[in-house]
Design a protein around this ligand. Sequence first.
Ligand code: NAD
Ligand code: ZN
Length: 373
Amino acid sequence: MFEIPKTMKEFEKASPWWRTKFPTEIHVAENGVPTLLGMIEERGKKPFFVLDEVLENQPEFKDLFAQERKYLFNATASEPKTGDVDSLVALIKKKYPDADIIVGVGGGGTMDLSKAVGICLENPKTAEEYQGYGFDMKKGRDIWVMPTLCGTGAEVTPIAVLRGPKRKLGINNPHTEASVAVISPPLTKGVKKFNRVFTMLDCYFHHYEITKSKTSAPDAVADSVDGLNIAREVLMAGLTEYKPELAIKSAMASVLGGSSSIGGRVGAAHAISYGLSNSAPTLPHSVAVTLSMLALEDLYRDGGYDETVEILKINGLDEPKARDYGINESHIESMTKTALGMEKLWQSHFGDEWEEKADKKFIEDIYKKVLSA
Ligand code: NAD
Ligand code: ZN
């Protein structure tokens, strides 16, 4: 394990702290907004900004909200939808056709929206038609991102997760990857405790599942071992209040979550979470994976389950309940169908004999357990 920087000055010199190579240029900056705007000017780019609207009340972001070419995304109301992508693509084509970079500033939701818009601008079909894997897509406009909430790793992954009319599924394509990511942990200061904890828990689950995976590449596992240690440390220290040192660590764990997901694969908790997400339009991804982990005591006896319970306690949060998001027994059949389709994730967890283990009854029982909590 490398030495973890304690100050922003140390952090600015820490790259690369990951092993898996990715094309995104990482810029660590104490003052994210002026750094981002300075880079755009220096490189002579014509940006279009996609900003999480919640940031408008925070003075650090004033110069971004003063920009004319922008769209404000309400990430609190929903994860990004395929329809949001289509309308933004239409708007940019009509009003700002010369925009050569799409700049996403916000959490995973806002970054994914900007990533999807960037690629869809140069591809003819609707976003829904590109949800999935292996589509032949052209490179779109350049994508730049600046996370204001850390944990998803979306700042470096080749995935833009979207909710579509039929399902929640990513556009999985190398051209959704950001070409520049400005990493500025002080920008996460205004995040609510609930989001800080749950998004970091998602980061913890990514790393935890990749370290347990039977199909992940060695570099990805090594990045996840580091990421897991950092995420665990941060969550166990408690994220009730913003602390600069923990914000730096969270930003590091998040990038490691992105790098490790390139050669790595998550497992059972994520497979179960997709069924839950598809049945609950307002359920945040991070809460969906937490609900899943809390029902997987038998699979994740060596850490994952017990630590999740402990982390929620340390951070003063109740265990979430699926019923609070409208999930009930009538959803079990469709949730099971979705989860059964996550073959690669079950294979990641169980190895080649996954089909004997992750059958219909096994998965139904997990959803019954989720609902009995
Ligand atoms: P988010 O973007 O959904 O934001 C959660 C909440 O935090 C929102 O209310 C948002 O407004 C608020 N917020 C963000 N930054 C803030 C700040 N600085 N101050 C105050 N409030 C702030 O949360 P997330 O957990 O970062 O992202 C979740 C999304 O990312 C989901 O849609 C999920 O599917 C996706 N995801 C993507 C990847 C990927 O690789 N692309 C990986 C995991 C998850
Ligand atoms: Zn996740």
